[in-house]
Design a protein around this ligand. Structure first.
Ligand SMILES: Cc1cc2nc3c(=O)[nH]c(=O)nc-3n(C[C@H](O)[C@H](O)[C@H](O)COP(=O)(O)OP(=O)(O)OC[C@H]3O[C@@H](n4cnc5c(N)ncnc54)[C@H](O)[C@@H]3O)c2cc1C
Length: 154
């Protein structure tokens, strides 16, 4: 069973998670790693694109680079002595994010190609929220599925 099929099977089996992270850019990925490091494994990252990276996955124009020194524009827990330049180019930053995601083994908690379309707070429990998501079907406009996943304390 491939990675995506495994994650889908997990989600289908258990539609409730303690923490739902929307998006896997620097922020979402960092949050996922923090949870994993703290042993709080009951989380799911929903990402509409097919891979991690956010800004650094999407902005690929010539010359794209960070304007903050790379040693500062890095996770504090994963400094990178191999940055090629003080202000690293986009492909290198995207590669860094992929590498970090792999190293900290958070990819199996990702649901890629899936967009959160709706989220609501559950007043009755003041703990749980419900969100809706749809699969992003690349090249097949109009084809979509919808599921509801609950997030929050059980
Ligand atoms: C061209 C460009 C250059 C930049 N350069 C710098 C720089 O040099 N220095 C600096 O400090 N900052 C820079 N920034 C700002 C940069 O965006 C932030 O530093 C940081 O990368 C943002 O990370 P993030 O995780 O908050 O958001 P993002 O990187 O935007 O990630 C958000 C993720 O959430 C996903 N997502 C969004 N909505 C949904 C949804 N409804 N369902 C599922 N998934 C969803 C997106 O697909 C994306 O992967 C730059 C921004 C841009 C656009």
């Amino acid at each position: 069973m491939n990675l995506y099929a495994r994650v889908m099977a997990q989600v289908a089996q258990r539609r409730h998670v303690s923490t739902l992270i929307i998006g896997s850019g620097f922020a979402g990925l960092g949050a996922a790693i923090r949870l994993a490091k703290d042993g709080l494994d009951d989380y799911l990252v929903v990402e509409r694109a097919p891979e991690v990276g956010g800004t650094w996955r999407d902005n690929t124009y010539p010359g794209a680079a960070c304007d903050v020194p790379s040693h500062l524009y890095s996770y504090s827990f994963e400094l990178n002595p191999r940055w090629s330049r003080s202000f690293s180019p986009q492909p290198e930053i995207q590669d860094y994010l992929r590498t970090v995601a792999n190293k900290y083994r958070v990819l199996d908690k990702h649901l890629f190609d899936t967009e959160v379309t709706h989220a609501e707070w559950d007043e009755s429990t003041e703990q749980s929220g419900r969100h809706h998501e749809r699969r992003v079907h690349r090249g097949r406009p109009g084809a979509r599925g919808r599921r509801a996943v609950r997030a929050g304390a059980a």
